[in-house]
Write a protein that binds this ligand. Structure first.
Ligand code: TXA
Ligand code: MG
Length: 320
């Protein structure tokens, strides 16, 4: 696999029906031409993704949305104007042109415009939108750098477009429309409050039933190789694993009484946004050290804190 910043090279591979690593502001994707069913098949194969999990389409402009979706609610256009390019994915009614393979046979399609200069440049240079799931083998930690994609898929895909470290660091917020309301299926950095602030007249609610409308919301997800314990009581948990090789993931300023633990501070500045940027990065780092255990401290349950805790809990082997 080549790591490159060449849009031209990326374009050439995609036009040939290849799948490539794509940088976005959230996490890296495994991208292919949405109209090319062989490219889509390759994405599922490389990722070992269950066929029942649909892919997100990534677009360069509103025209492509109109090509992919029918009966688009007015509010969808307004949300796009407000939040795109950015980490907001909208589930719309799929047009009849959309290959069944891209949407796992559903009648809907998830669409977003990523906020990353290289991704936008690439998408604008292509005559087709890209489908892209996160570029991790099914169930593993999402990649936030080109090197992460390289270690997962070297020898399996020809190229990853190297766009540096992902700024947002967690997957996009996924919303759908229920009559006049907005439903949040997966929360990312854009939360209910952000949507409500922009559109105070529209009801917004969480899909608490994890309904069949959102395949892929498994409890277990994003897992490192090393066992991961999440905890609210760091001191107590550390005591329990005394003598083990421990990696510790915490927000900041932990007074380490244990000399042998490897610590990663998610945000020395106490910013949960910064913590989001580093969450997967540090999980990857700690996971590569051959430790016995990674212990992660749950964050304060503010809007972003809840999002990060959700990802940590899904990645964990146990919660204490
Ligand atoms: O930030 C992101 O969204 C990243 C970057 C690469 O854009 N992509 C990403 O894709 O996280 P993935 O495939 O790892 O997660 C997409 C989720 C899956 O759980 C999938 O089931 C759901 O979105 N999804 C996709 N299309 C859908 C649809 N039509 N209806 C309901 N859920 C859908
Ligand atoms: Mg994923």
């Amino acid at each position: 696999m080549i790591l490159s910043t060449s849009i031209h090279l990326a374009k050439t591979y995609l036009e040939k029906g290849e799948t490539i690593g794509l940088p976005t502001e959230t996490v890296y994707g495994l991208a292919g031409n949405i109209w090319d069913t062989r490219a889509i098949a390759k994405i599922y194969e490389v990722k070992a993704r269950p066929q029942s999990h649909p892919l997100i389409a990534h677009v360069a402009n509103w025209h492509q949305v109109q090509e992919l979706a029918d009966d688009i609610p007015t509010i969808a256009k307004q949300l796009a104007e407000q939040f795109w390019p950015g980490p907001l994915t909208m589930i719309l009614k799929a047009s009849s042109k959309v290959p069944q393979e891209a949407v796992a046979g559903l009648s809907t399609i998830a669409i977003r415009m990523p906020d990353h200069p290289l991704a936008l440049k690439l998408l604008s240079s292509l005559k087709f939108p890209l489908v892209a799931p996160s570029a991790n083998p099914f169930g593993k930690v999402s990649p936030t750098s080109a090197m992460h994609v390289f270690s997962y898929f070297k020898g399996k895909i020809p190229l990853t477009l190297d766009g540096g470290n992902c700024e947002v660091g967690v997957e996009s917020t996924i919303i759908g429309f229920d009559e006049d309301a907005i439903v949040i299926y997966r929360q990312g950095i854009i939360g209910k409050e952000d949507i409500q602030k922009a559109f105070p007249q529209i009801p917004v609610y969480y899909d608490n039933e994890n309904s069949s409308k959102y395949p892929g919301s498994h409890r277990s997800h994003y897992s490192p190789q090393t066992p991961l314990v999440v905890t609210e009581d760091l001191k107590d948990t550390l005591k329990k694993y005394e003598g083990k090789k421990i990696g510790l993931l915490t927000l900041n300023a932990f007074e380490a009484e244990y000399p042998d633990i490897v610590i990663r501070y998610l945000s020395p500045n106490n910013s949960l946004k910064e913590a989001a940027t580093h969450l997967y990065e540090y999980l990857h780092e700690l996971d590569a050290l051959g430790l016995d255990i990674i212990i992660a401290e749950l964050l304060e349950p503010s809007e972003i804190g809840i999002v990060l805790n959700d990802r940590l809990i899904r990645a964990s082997t146990s919660i204490v």
